[in-house]
Design a protein. Sequence first.
Length: 167
Amino acid sequence: MVSVVSFEPKTREFVVEEAPAGTPNPELSVEVLRLRVRQQEILAEFGVLALKGTPFPELLDHAARLAAEGLNAEFGKVLKYLPEENRLLVCAGVGWTPGVVGSATIGADMASPGGYALHTGQPVISNHLDIEERFRTPELLVEHGIRRAMNVILQGDGMPFGGARSR
């Protein structure tokens, strides 16, 4: 199966569409296919940046920006797990007010979206944070008017990273 994740502006929700790999699916719209092509271009762009030896902090900034762009989301962030504090630091991001990136943290417990993804090891999509029952909405997201979130774990050298948001 091929999964395409996008942010649907009309319904203001993250949408996941799946199609069998290698087979045409008439149900997938031309718009979704264009988005899929753009997502592949973004992945290639990110790969080139990594192969060029882009410094890691700069690479994370690109990752946040490109992930948000690929999902048509207003916000993107990369979280760094701080095990000694059991918090997640916003170490890279796009769309946030000045001062958030590099200093803001959210809880890494099961009661936050990022912590939930961290502990379950599974992607977490919430289209309605205001009625979400799996976890609370972090104040950082409330302050930015974010009502929908997707968190995925980017695993590298044993340390997890990752997340995308939209209003």
